[in-house]
Design a protein around this ligand. Structure first.
Ligand SMILES: [Zn+2]
Length: 208
């Protein structure tokens, strides 16, 4: 339509009155409403294809599974104190460090390492400070300590990558950092052996 109009206009300009009238007629035709779209008769819509016979389908043996991944709880900050035996300057002898420390400014967002359910939150003045423990579908749990703020409550379901709190320096801490633990069968394991890993878990039939 748009491409046709300049042609019609130039024709009007160069021709006489009669030709102009013809052009107007052409324009009128061009602007005429489009014909009604074709609708199939109602009868055709009512024709329903015959359903195939129902047959039993054997399901593959074994449970349905999916993968869950564990990722670092702080973004852009590296572990600055490793898991294992260590001796702090303030202490007479070396002690086991049951997690990893990640130094970050006060108020930095702490994300859950993997989807799960909040097992507990609390305040431990002489140790973890404000802390959160989250249980994950593979049976492991993760613990986040020395927080300045807790954004979840016990029983909350948390999705992957959800922010659960903020970095702080509460409890036994000398500066803002996250103390992060991974627990399996109620004992701490080295978080670096779990972060970046994916685990196969069964899909709960009730959740499907
Ligand atoms: Zn620590």
């Amino acid at each position: 339509m748009r491409r046709l109009l300049p042609t019609v206009r130039s024709f009007l300009f160069h021709s006489g009155q009669a030709a102009a009238l013809t052009s107007v007629a052409v324009l009128a035709m061009a602007f005429a409403p489009a014909p009604e779209p074709y609708y199939a008769p109602a009868e055709a819509e009512m024709a329903v294809p015959e359903a195939p016979p129902v047959t039993a389908v054997a399901r593959p043996a074994g449970a349905m599974t999916r993968l869950i991944a564990f990722v670092a709880p702080l973004r852009g900050y590296a572990i600055n104190s490793a898991y294992g035996l260590r001796r702090l300057a303030s202490e007479a002898r070396a002690r086991q460090h049951k997690g990893v420390d990640i130094a970050a400014p006060q108020g930095t967002s702490v994300y859950v390492a993997c989807e799960g359910e909040v097992l507990r939150t609390g305040y431990d003045a002489k140790g973890y400070g404000r802390f959160i423990e989250v249980r994950h579908p593979n049976g492991m749990s993760t613990l986040y300590a020395h927080l300045s703020r807790i954004d979840v409550a016990r029983g909350d379901k948390v999705a992957a990558d959800e922010r659960i709190g903020l970095v702080g320096s509460t409890g036994r801490s000398t500066g803002p950092h996250l103390h992060f633990e991974v627990r399996r069968d109620h004992a701490q394991v080295n978080p670096t052996s779990v972060l970046g890993q994916a685990f196969e878990v069964e899909i709960d039939p009730a959740a499907v």
